[in-house]
Design a protein around this ligand. Structure first.
Ligand code: NAD
Ligand code: MG
Length: 393
């Protein structure tokens, strides 16, 4: 029996992971830990359904409710960030890292310590602490498998190949909800408009990040860190149909593309069953019906996040942590109506400049503590900067 833990079980990726586990034959998996945020009712329900050893919620104030909801179930419980990290110390063969944001960092690092296979949906971990994470995995003989659809696609297109033969990695992007808007209109785009994603049904934040391409910017950095390629080898192409999830171009000119229905259960399932391919409950593509796949280059003026990602990759070290934190805060302020859609990139750019003096540490010297401190500092600077931007509107 395989033991599994799911961090962020009540989220979009977490629930889709649960869906796959529930379809497996009884006795296939033993669930160790499940963790959630504020939705304690759902956390307790999932913990009962999966017969987890332990369930942990993010906030200490949730403990009483969790205890009550788990009464008589035999599931142990805990609350707070410390308890979530402790849950990662319970050995499991396969661990899903699907907490959103910087809160997902620590459990991922702790899970690697017992040599688990870490299925990594939390891209923030690679963006903010990529070199540390990869070193930690190597130190403990642990394996990281990508869950982000683009990175799962790249991973699959690389199977059996020599990374030295790779010439380019081509990340596909839907272009988001506003891709066909006139450039001048973008400054006035509302939250509702940016949320109308053409292809993927995702959480609110990632959908806005898709329209601004901050999500793609994170994914470019994620690609650089996970696959260890040179930033110049990474390209982004808009592919409105979202059926090619990404591509790898080799030095002989061949391009390997990964196609599939836009359903995250594909990449979650691939990571769950790797190196095998199991039957997955995802739609099959009818290529004759689809008929056309189209592509276009992203306009840099429309997607300043892509330019900022290049700057972050050139800087490396703590720049990733500053970028991710600033993006989070800028997004909060856009969602709250304080700043405009295009102002998000301005806030991030100004924050990167503001924390530049604190970015002293290089990759080799930086620690997880430095990353968490930079996250904290950049969030507070970005907050001040966003308020200043809001004041000028
Ligand atoms: P989500 O918001 O739907 O779920 C996040 C989970 O984390 C929930 O269980 C939530 O309760 C929990 N959580 C939130 N804040 C927390 C905190 N402070 N401490 C502990 N737990 C907390 O997010 P999601 O869409 O499932 O995304 C999860 C991760 O996967 C993100 O890093 C995202 O970028 C990445 N990802 C998501 C998708 C997708 O299709 N949803 C695709 C690719 C990558
Ligand atoms: Mg993705």
């Amino acid at each position: 029996m395989r033991s599994v833990s799911i961090f962020g079980v009540t989220g979009s990726i977490g629930e889709q992971t649960v869906d796959l586990l529930m379809r497996a034959a009884p006795g296939t998996y033993r669930v160790v830990a499940v963790t959630g945020g504020r939705n304690i009712a759902r956390l307790a329900e999932v913990a009962r359904e999966l017969r987890a050893e332990v369930a942990v919620c993010a906030e200490e104030s949730g403990l009483a409710e969790l205890r009550e909801r788990l009464a008589g179930s035999g599931v142990a419980f805990g609350a707070g960030p410390g308890a979530i990290a402790d849950a990662a110390d319970r050995p499991a063969d396969w661990v899903m890292s699907a907490i959103v944001g910087a809160a997902g960092l620590l459990p991922g690092f702790r899970a690697l310590r017992h040599g688990a296979t870490l299925a990594l949906a939390n891209k923030e971990t690679l963006v903010t602490a990529g070199p540390l994470l990869m070193a930690e995995a190597a130190r403990h003989g642990a394996r990281i498998l990508p869950v982000d659809s683009e990175h799962s696609a790249i991973f699959q297109a690389l199977a059996g190949e020599d990374i030295a033969a790779v010439e380019r990695i081509i990340l596909t992007a839907s272009g988001g909800a506003l891709r066909d808007w006139p450039l001048e209109a973008l400054a006035k785009a509302t939250v509702k408009e940016a949320l109308a994603h053409p292809n993927w049904a995702m959480g609110q934040r990632i959908t806005i990040d898709s329209a601004s391409m901050f999500n793609k910017a994170l994914e470019v950095i994620e690609t650089r860190e996970f696959f260890g390629v040179d930033p110049a080898q990474i390209e982004v192409i808009i592919h409105p149909e979202s059926l090619i999830h990404s591509m790898v171009g080799y030095r002989d000119g061949a391009i390997m593309a990964h196609l599939g229905a836009p359903d995250m259960r594909h990449s979650i399932g691939y990571a769950l069953h790797w190196p095998d391919r199991a039957h997955l409950p995802v739609a099959r593509l009818d290529l004759a019906q689809i008929a056309t796949l189209s592509f276009r280059a992203p306009e840099m003026a429309r997607y300043p996040a892509l330019r900022l990602a290049r700057e972050v990759m050139a800087r490396r070290g703590l720049a990733g942590a500053a970028f991710n934190a600033a993006k989070e805060i800028a997004l909060d302020h856009f969602l709250a109506g304080g700043i405009g859609f295009m102002d998000m990139a301005g806030v991030v750019e100004d924050t990167l400049a503001a924390v530049e003096p604190e970015m002293g540490r290089t990759n080799a010297a930086m620690t997880l503590e430095d990353v968490l401190q930079m996250n904290h500092l950049a969030r507070s600077r970005a907050g001040e900067i966003a308020l200043r931007w809001a004041g000028t509107r």
